[in-house]
Write a protein that binds this ligand. Structure first.
Ligand code: B3K
Ligand code: ZN
Length: 873
């Protein structure tokens, strides 16, 4: 496979001013008639007379004509990746007729069928599976799309923009024509057809234009669309208020489909969503699910400006739209929920999944310089680290200058396909700040590490922080230059109060630019203050400071920064768990430091705290996070240490957990508002600890909750606890009841699969194998694969890493199977095997062996090939 380099970028030799498409839909034989109005690009220096169009090898070409002249097969040549027309004039109309087979499209890219609906996914390079085209984001065109299909099976025919005409045709068929007045790249094209139902609402924009809002889904899901609609209207208002951005078409549509490779897609005016990111009802959806729907609806809506109106020049610039849009949606969610809790959740994901990616063989900067398969670069790094980089710009500039910068960016580049450099230039021009060094964040991969020490001279009243930074080598980048990054700090006196700092405030943003830097604070008196470092997680780095356990308890109680109060609890938890892990490895008895449980006790007893924060603070660092922090991951020791600690805490705080469980119980009907979500979080956390005691009365409490729950959050929490408990009778009873009750709800059945796949008790692999034959499972639906296979490989370390290698072999078999069916999903599944260097030699050998077996398994997709080959280096 070919490597594509950013340095080879060239402007397109041809442009497409107008794209007229006609689809004649049939399940196995759809005709795509394309009429492209094209001309030479005046900005291109290329003298070429030949025209190359991208087109997948699955396309069957029926006809090519230029300016109404049909070409003969001597005039063009076909290759596996496209069509070359040997000689074209300076401007011309190109017509093609192409045949495709949506029914057999299991890759779910291009035009495919999801449960009988027709739908498309074109980002990044799916349009070339629909017709021959200049399938690159810097070729932007106006589109009209006519869809013709059977009237009975496809009463609804949708595409981008506004419906401008419709009619009946022969044989019980009908057609609709859509026109999208905004120029767009092909990756934003969408088509949907089928027997879909919809809900409708409207929104009046800040300039007074009325926009029709429609959400389409299978008829049985019509009752699960209210939350998405509310989230959409909130997003539209928020983008007007916070960014001054207004919606631009007369209609905005969302469609829910069950077969989808990722979460959702921001096609212009016609977003297509995975059902898992749009359907929500109290009975079938957890609180987390509600929040996910809200966040993804917002994310896709915000792309209308950050992505569609201003798009990417090439796919190396992907973080231009994704990092910025993730930053936008996370701020939206922070405004509509608890800001601190949202930050904790985002940072938790970043520090487990993204830091691990940055430390593995696929590590790449947020603007990569090369790739083999772009689908592999929709990563935690591009999205989440990309968002952190935008957040740092926001922190460095402050909200007002940042808004000036975003206004300039949108105004300057509206209708253009641009680069991350253009984004940073707009921020720099609007603020007068120099971002030259800051741009290293776009070029250098790896997670920077800060080592902090301090000095205090009470006589002079001077407190000094000494901060060193370094960044580990990553593939292709051995030496790293220092980053420019904001470190938000506070200093806390012995009474727990914030000291006023040099800037007159209690939090100050230090700007780190050197490998080592000293920051002095004057006018500091009394005992040596305790520093509160990296408040709000102001930069995506690892930070080391030699806190004592007592200082961490102190910070847990007093830090005025909510994020850092949680962070202190995590640091304390990590320290305690690392001692336990070491003891376990050396075969020594495990001794628990009561300071941790006592700190938990005072948090649990403090009824003035937000219950959501209490639940976060009382959650021990995850096995994934603990794994990220060590050189060699001992999954069994980590699991044993964490289980021991949980049991110890459960027994120590049993009475308090019972009280918290009762305090947070409610007789009100379910509501997904922040307060109710917070109470359920603490109540279910308390239940989880109580069940950890293995006392029968607490298992019964879980069973009672399972039987009586009026919402999925409580039902699923109890289900998980019972299934993962040692009470096998209860486990199989609740599994049977749950399945019986929800067998018609595909998304709920996915949770049923995941709960079983993530059971840490030994022997889970056999259950997973059996579930693969269950009627509820199919390898063709990515949601099912994620629910069963990914849950096993990524959320069940003890079983996945069994020393007989069975977990690895199982995963490799699934990857080989999926490679032929759905390369994107197959490639995602490789991730746990790519981390082999972090395990014992015995496990390393087994994992590498499976990677090699995949490599040798025959014709690999570019997706799987890239990840496996880079992992074997
Ligand atoms: N832009 C899409 C992701 C497309 C992934 C293609 N493999 C969804 C999003 O980030 O909003
Ligand atoms: Zn996105």
């Amino acid at each position: 496979p070919q490597v594509i380099y950013l340095k080879d970028y060239q402007v397109p030799a041809f442009l497409i001013d107008q794209t007229d498409l006609r689809f004649e839909l049939e399940a196995t034989k759809t005709l795509v008639k394309a009429r492209l109005t094209m001309r030479k690009n005046p900005e291109s220096h290329s003298q070429q007379r030949a025209l190359f169009l991208d087109g997948d090898k699955s396309l069957v070409l029926h006809r090519v004509a230029i300016n109404d002249q049909v070409l003969s097969d001597k005039d063009y040549s076909r290759t596996d990746d496209g069509l070359t027309i040997h000689d074209v004039p300076d401007s011309f109309v190109l017509e093609t007729v192409t045949e495709i087979n949506p029914q057999e499209n299991t890759a779910l890219e291009g035009l495919y069928r999801s449960d009988g609906f027709y739908c498309t996914q074109c980002e990044a390079e799916g349009f070339r599976r629909i017709t021959f085209y200049l399938d690159r984001p810097d070729v932007m065109s106006v589109f009209t799309t006519t869809i013709e299909a059977d009237k009975t099976t496809c009463p609804v025919l949708l595409s981008n923009g506004n419906a401008i005409d419709s009619g009946d045709s022969e044989g019980g068929r009908h057609w609709v024509t859509w026109e999208d007045p905004f120029r767009k790249p092909a990756y934003l094209f969408a088509l949907v057809a089928g027997d879909l139902s919809h809900v409708e609402d409207s929104y009046t924009t800040m300039s007074g234009r009325k926009v029709v809002l429609q959400i389409f889904a299978d008829k049985k899901d019509l009752n699960k669309l209210d939350h998405a609609m509310t989230s959409l209207k909130n997003s539209m208002r928020w983008d007007e208020e916070v960014y001054g951005r207004e919606y631009d078409l007369d209609i905005f549509m969302i469609v829910a489909v069950d077969f989808f490779n990722m979460g959702a897609m921001e096609n212009k005016g016609l977003n297509i969503f995975n059902t898992s990111c749009v359907l929500a009802s109290p009975q079938t959806t957890t609180d987390l699910g509600f929040q996910r729907v809200e966040g993804v609806v917002a994310h896709e809506y915000f792309h209308n400006w950050s992505g569609n109106r201003v798009t990417c020049r090439d796919w190396f610039q992907l973080s231009l739209k994704e990092g910025f849009t993730v930053f936008r949606d996370s701020e939206f969610s922070a405004d509509f929920n608890s800001r601190t809790v949202k930050r904790i959740e985002d940072v938790s994901v970043l520090r487990t999944a993204q830091f691990a990616e940055d430390a593995g063989p696929m590590a790449h900067p947020i603007r990569p310089s090369s790739f083999i398969e772009i689908s592999n670069f929709y990563t935690m790094t591009i999205y989440e680290k990309g968002a952190e980089v935008v957040r740092m710009i926001h922190t460095l500039l402050g909200p007002d200058l940042f808004r000036k910068g975003s206004d300039l960016y949108f105004d300057r580049h509206d209708g253009q396909a641009v680069t991350t450099d253009d984004f940073v230039a707009a921020m720099s021009d609007a603020s007068g700040r120099d971002f030259t060094q800051f741009k290293r964040w776009y070029e250098q991969a790896g997670t920077p590490e800060l080592t902090v020490s301090d000095e205090y001279d009470p006589a002079a009243g001077v407190y000094t922080l000494i901060i060193q930074q370094s960044c580990p080598a990553t593939p292709g980048q051995n030496e790293k230059l220092p980053f420019h990054l904001p470190v938000a700090v506070g200093l806390i006196d012995d009474q727990g109060a914030d000291l006023p700092l040099t800037n007159g405030q209690t939090t100050q943003v230090l700007e780190l630019t050197e490998a080592e830097q000293r920051f002095e604070f004057t006018g500091i008196h009394g005992d040596k203050p305790v520093p509160s470092l990296l408040r709000g997680f102001s930069a995506p780095v690892k930070l080391r400071y030699p806190y004592s356990r007592d200082e961490l308890v102190f910070l847990m109680q007093h830090d005025s920064d909510g994020f850092n109060r949680w962070e202190a609890s995590q640091k304390l938890g990590v320290d305690v768990l690392q001692s336990l892990t070491a003891a376990y490895q050396q075969g020594e008895p495990l001794a628990f430091d009561a300071r941790l449980s006592e700190a938990y006790r005072s948090v649990l007893l403090d009824e003035t705290l937000d219950p959501a924060m209490v639940a976060k603070i009382l959650t021990l660092p995850s096995e994934a996070y603990l794994s990220e922090l060590v050189d060699e991951i001992d999954v069994d020791a980590i699991h044993a240490a964490r289980t021991f600690a949980r049991q110890h805490i459960a027994n120590a705080l049993e009475a308090e957990f019972i009280a918290a469980y009762e305090r947070c119980s409610s007789s009100e009907p379910y509501s997904p508002d922040a307060d109710s979500i917070a109470k359920r979080a603490l109540r279910n956390l308390s239940l989880a600890y109580l069940v950890e005691t293995e006392k029968p009365q607490h298992l019964s409490l879980a069973r009672t909750q399972f039987d009586n729950a009026d919402n999925m959050t409580d039902s699923q929490a109890a289900l998980g606890l019972l299934v993962h408990s040692n009470d096998e009778v209860a486990a199989s009873e609740v599994l049977a009841i749950f399945y019986e009750r929800w067998s018609e709800e595909s998304l709920v059945v996915n949770q049923w699969l995941s709960v079983q796949a993530s059971d840490p008790k030994l022997g889970t692999l056999n259950k997973v194998l059996a579930l693969m034959d269950h009627p509820a499972f199919t390898m063709r639906n990515p949601n099912k694969v994620r629910a069963l296979i990914s849950a096993f490989a990524m959320q069940n370390p003890v079983n996945f890493h069994q020393l007989d290698g069975s977990g690895y072999a199982f995963l490799a078999d699934r990857i080989i199977e999926l490679n032929a069916l759905n390369p994107q999903i197959a490639s995602r599944l490789v991730t746990p095997l790519t981390r082999w260097k972090r395990y014992s030699e015995q496990r390393q050998a087994l994992m590498k062996n499976e990677l090699q077996r995949i490599m040798d398994s025959g014709s690999l997709s570019t997706d799987v090939y890239e990840v496996v080959s880079k992992s074997l280096v």
